[in-house]
Design a protein around this ligand. Structure first.
Ligand code: T4K
Length: 371
């Protein structure tokens, strides 16, 4: 029996990739915003319908860079949610801001927009919501709150590449959105990420931040770092972009099979489809209620593991419960996030996951059910 991991990187045929990188071999130009970087950036701008895309070596540095580029007052508070990957909270803290944690919506697991306003103080400078699992935050309510209180909105859209709401790419909401193109994502550039934004004045600052503030061979105008996407990653992005629609279509079949087999099972909650949203089927979270289902999340995880199926507990623990933040944040302050984190399991999903494997995974899960 082959092992099944939570995801598997999608890759183009090796010939397609070698063909794409051939000119890099010929030119010896490997990084620093070369031809592949320029082409990939233009393709993304056109596909996402946004004015600006800045490419990065990963999503995390993209997030740190946009936080710095916006020039928000240091020490300010940023309202966010703790039900996310380490990156979101770390980016806020590492950039010199104080995260203020808002609870999540019990259905979408994204920030509960109805609880944001009560957390706003005179120190609040921004809202940093996460489109968790590709579920879209309440972008309209968040825009209304941000407008009323003059706050910046930066979306962590790491999970939401190619998702659209009312026909508009998620990349267009807020002041900026960060995407991750990590190997584990629906769309990957091996490692990589991007920031999408509208304000022209951010362009130079983002360039400065990701390339040492260098303006010319003899001119360094800003204390920047290095966070550039290299030519090989950009070439991977160009190739994978050609297959994105097919990738999402295949994922949708896996997703549908899970829903068919697990949907409606008492004590097992699945995310409902969101109205007006075109999804990317990035993750398949299932939330277990032991009293009703008959087994808790950890028992299901273990049973799957014993059968060589490696689901993941994204996102457990919540970031406020991390060792590195001990005594600093209170996990109990966001009870919904805390509860879901203890009961959620993200099941394997990727384009080439065979439907027979989905059947096997569901069979293992359902064998633990008492009903
Ligand atoms: N914000 C959010 C909400 C995020 O979820 C993330 C990243 C970020 C920000 C930051 O973006 P990046 O800076 O990473 O671009 C993974 C990813 O490393 C991370 O990118 C992702 N979120 C997070 C949710 O998942 P791990 O520690 O679970 O990865 P790992 O190495 O255990 O891999 C998981 C599975 O993926 C493996 O079991 C098999 C498969 N895999 C993995 C790798 C590395 C592949 O098929 N190919 C591969 O190359 O964090």
């Amino acid at each position: 029996m082959d092992e099944i991991l939570v995801t598997r990187s999608s890759m183009p045929d090796i010939e397609e990739y070698t063909n794409e990188i051939k000119e890099l071999w010929d030119s010896h130009w490997l990084t620093n915003m070369g031809v592949k970087h320029k082409q990939f950036q233009a393709e993304l701008e056109s596909m996402l319908g946004v004015k600006h895309v800045a490419l990065y070596c990963n999503g995390h540095l993209a997030l740190e860079n946009i936080l710095e580029a916006l020039g928000l007052p240091k020490g300010g508070e940023i309202i966010t949610s703790p039900f996310t990957f380490a990156s979101t909270t770390h980016a806020i803290v590492r950039s010199g801001y104080t995260p203020v944690f808002c609870d999540i919506d019990p259905v979408t697991y994204t920030i509960d927009a109805d609880k944001i306003e009560e957390l706003i103080t005179e120190k609040t400078v921004a809202i940093l919501p996460v489109h968790v699992y590709g579920n879209i935050c309440d972008v309209e309510k968040i825009a209304e709150i941000a407008g009323k209180h003059e706050l910046k909105v930066i979306y962590d859209a790491a999970h939401a590449f190619a998702v659209s709401y009312k026909g508009k790419s998620v990349a267009g909401f807020g002041d900026a959105s960060m995407f991750s193109f990590h190997a584990t994502k629906v769309f990957n550039t091996i490692e990589g990420g991007a920031v999408c934004y509208h304000d022209d004045s951010l362009e130079q600052r983002l360039k400065d931040l990701k390339n040492f503030g260098i303006h010319g061979p003899e001119e360094v105008a800003y204390v920047g770092g290095n966070a550039k996407m290299n030519e090989f990653c950009a070439a991977m992005g160009i190739c994978n972009l050609r297959h994105l629609a097919d990738e999402i279509k295949k994922r949708s079949a896996v997703y549908a099979r899970y829903r068919e087999l697990l949907g409606g099972k008492e004590g097992l909650t699945l995310c409902p489809a969101q109205e007006d949203v075109t999804p990317n089927y990035a993750y398949f979270p299932a939330v277990f209620d032991k009293a009703v289902f008959g087994a808790d999340r950890d028992e299901v995880y273990k049973e799957l593991e014993d059968n060589k199926v490696f689901a993941r507990k994204y996102f457990y623990p919540i970031t406020t419960a991390f060792d590195c933040y001990k005594g600093r944040f209170d996990p109990e302050a966001t009870p919904v996030a805390l509860d879901i984190s203890k009961r959620v399991l993200t099941l394997p999903i990727y384009a080439d996951l065979a439907l027979e494997d989905v059947d096997r995974i569901c069979g293992i899960i359902l064998s633990l059910s008492k009903t």
